[in-house]
Design a protein around this ligand. Structure first.
Ligand code: SF4
Ligand code: MG
Length: 313
């Protein structure tokens, strides 16, 4: 029912120079209905840009986005509206993404009223349902965002998205700004919503450890390219790509999985001037001569597992 696939690219013109920045370069990502996929990588790798393109907040300059098999670019107005309602984005900062002058009633209720999912006379009841579903006390619907804690504000952001009954959530660092204990509560909420409503989720995170327990599949992104994608257990048991290995090495673990890999060294290079060949070669402990010259192509390294790396396997 729900399916994104495509190679996407976005060029950002620089004000000062003629250079074009390719924030997202070679991406092939397919998300099946009810699946939770996490997109992981250091900040600045293009994850948020990709998430915003999928949600239609940013337009891509090349490539295609498909939703339920249809190219978003050639959809009719009605199909585009259906897409915009069904694919909702949850942002990182619940403080910045809620209008401080609007009551919760308005923040959550505006969109479902606009789209005719409820009526003014039934709004209260509708909001009760949505707020309960998201772990918010419905008796607080006349309050303003500043009257809530950080975790509750994120629940308001989630309730705002859930109020239009979407099929898919794109969550961009949605727990990164919260305390660890609150993070777990919000992640649990996402899992509950997924269980109860068969929601499809794309989680965007810089932290492999955060998404381990909620993901079916993980896609690792480096400087605009997805360098590896694999079912979550396969990825943690036997990461293929040296960048994935280095990221895993940074996740503190009791079971010591991942501790034997080379740590991540150096900084992520500027997307203005990405390294030739494999973008990761200046930081890779396994780099060979060919890595500097040739872009490694995406290939299936094991059933259901894909990687872009010149290493054999
Ligand atoms: Fe390292 Fe080469 Fe693989 Fe890139 S292609 S990750 S440089 S081994
Ligand atoms: Mg980001």
């Amino acid at each position: 029912k729900l399916d994104f696939a495509g190679k996407m690219a976005r060029s950002l013109g620089s004000n000062v120079r003629e250079e074009r920045v390719q924030a997202v370069d070679s991406v092939n990502l397919r998300i099946m209905p009810g699946e939770v996929v996490s997109l992981v990588g250091e900040s600045g790798c293009g994850k948020s840009t990709l998430g915003r393109m999928i949600c239609g907040i940013l337009a891509q300059s090349e490539g295609k986005i498909f939703y339920k098999g249809k190219d978003v670019a050639t959809m009719s107005v009605a199909e585009k509206l259906d897409y915009a309602i069904n694919v909702q984005m949850i942002f990182q900062d619940p403080f910045a993404s809620l209008n401080p002058r609007k009551r919760v009633r308005k923040i959550i209720g505006e969109a479902p009223l606009f789209h005719g999912l409820t009526t003014a006379s039934e709004l209260d009841e509708y909001l009760d349902g949505v707020m309960n579903q998201c772990g918010l006390d419905p008796s607080y619907k006349n309050r303003y965002p500043h009257q809530f804690s950080g975790g509750q504000r994120q629940r308001i952001g989630i309730a705002r998205a859930m109020a239009v009954q979407p099929e898919c959530l794109v969550c961009d660092e949605s727990v990164a700004a919260l305390d660890v204990s609150i993070q777990a509560q919000i992640l649990n909420l996402f899992m509950e919503l997924r269980e109860n409503l068969n929601l499809t989720c794309l989680f965007i995170s810089h932290d492999l450890g955060v998404v381990e327990h909620i993901s079916d599949r993980i896609a690792v992104m480096y400087l605009g390219r997805i360098v590896e994608s694999a079912p979550v257990d396969d990825l943690f048991d036997a990461p293929f790509h040296p960048y994935t290995q280095a990221l895993l090495n940074e996740v503190p673990r009791l079971d010591k999985r991942g501790v034997d890999f080379s740590p991540l060294v150096g900084e992520i290079p500027s997307p203005l001037d990405p390294p030739t060949g494999c973008h990761f070669h200046p930081r890779c402990a396994h780099a060979m001569e060919i890595c500097k010259q040739e872009v490694p192509q995406r290939r299936e390294v094991a059933p259901g597992r894909w990687a872009c790396c010149h290493l054999n396997g």
